[in-house]
Design a protein around this ligand. Structure first.
Ligand code: SIN
Length: 344
């Protein structure tokens, strides 16, 4: 792990705010043998110091320091890296002269890391995740502008107190709400239920609203992670996966349910047995948007399991893992667990 300054110190640059860029890999650090290719490339190859050097105008915005926390394709994200990232965010955010923190990340699991940080970090300074849909070597690479914009947001006084943010494609999203919605388009990131928090054009930044849930109590970063998995409901599902998860001592299951949280009767029967065995079962929707209605009465035998509110299955899994790690008794306390989903 190394920390380095990307620009020469000078009298005028000393007056600029200090920003730390924590790099984890992804397509923003990807490279390809051909500039014409934005689909055939290797993610996580270019060091963060090179990414910063490729955007000289950053030196007019902030004193940027870099730290290569990891160099991974985010499809391979691990809890150990989340723990490491949380520790580095905490470390840097407590330095009195650090104005903001930027995290470069792969797009594939960015929404999960963003959710993890949203739930665990108090954020005394802005924490801004960014990424790119095209590798750094491609024509019209989107990484350089996204990185510049993320640093601009990180030093903006307007960004303070808005929780963890995600900046791509000149839009500012709340970490809780954002999701990747396209395989390759540069406008892949959307907040389906709320829209972006704000937008920007060059140095002009405009926040349209405050993020929901940014005031919720933070959850601790787990040292051991309870097993929580996702199963989906679809035409004629089997129950073998749920039974295998229970046999493997799963602690929680998030169902990517149909429509407004409905679950196929076969799967529902298996999940009711899992709930009887002490497994926390939470329904999210596989539709991509909308709120799963909270049942008036929890009734697993009637398919009425907990609701993940408007969280997609991947974000709901992050919350369920953190909740069960903080308090395993929540797994069998439907009322308290439902209140937690309503509050985060
Ligand atoms: C990754 O998620 O690390 C690769 C894909 C991307 O960043 O777009």
């Amino acid at each position: 792990m190394s920390a380095s300054s990307s620009s020469e110190s000078s009298q005028s640059s000393q007056a600029l705010p200090r920003v730390v860029v924590l790099a984890t890999g992804g397509t923003i650090a990807g490279s390809s043998g051909s500039a014409a290719s934005s689909a055939q490339y290797q993610a996580a190859t270019v060091p963060v110091s090179h990414l910063v050097q490729a955007v000289p105008v950053l030196a007019d915005v902030a004193r940027v320091e870099t730290e290569q926390v990891a160099q991974v394709d985010s499809k391979d994200m691990m809890f150990s890296l989340w723990q490491q990232l949380a520790a580095r965010v905490t470390h840097w955010s407590l330095q009195p002269d650090v104005a903001g923190i930027v995290i470069t990340h792969g797009t594939d699991t960015l929404e999960e890391t963003a959710m993890f940080l949203h739930l665990t970090q108090a954020c005394p300074v802005p924490v801004v995740l960014t990424a790119a849909m095209r590798p750094s070597t491609s024509l019209s690479a989107d990484g350089p502008l996204n990185l510049l914009d993320a640093v601009r947001v990180a030093v903006s006084p307007e960004a303070r107190g808005r929780g963890v943010l995600v900046v791509l494609n000149q839009q500012i999203h709340a970490a809780r709400d954002v999701t990747k919605s396209h395989t390759s388009a540069v406008d892949a990131f959307v907040s389906p239920m709320t829209g972006p928090l704000g937008f920007m054009q060059d140095a002009y930044i405009r926040f349209a609203r405050a993020p929901a849930m940014s005031g919720a109590a933070r959850l601790p970063v787990p040292t051991t992670w309870p097993m929580v998995e996702i199963v989906a409901s679809y035409a004629q599902p089997g129950r073998a996966m749920v039974d295998a998860l229970v046999a493997a001592r799963v602690k929680g299951v998030v169902v990517a349910a149909t429509g407004n949280g409905s679950v196929h009767e076969t799967l529902s029967g298996a999940l009711a047995d899992a709930a009887d065995a002490g497994v926390a079962v939470v329904r999210s929707s596989r539709t991509g948007a909308g709120h799963v209605a909270i049942p008036a009465r929890m009734s697993p035998r009637a398919g009425a399991f907990l609701s993940a509110a408007d969280l997609n299955p991947y974000k709901a899994r992050v919350l369920l893992m953190l909740a069960l790690a903080a308090d395993p008794a929540l797994g069998t306390d439907a009322a308290r667990l439902q209140a937690l989903f309503a509050a985060h």
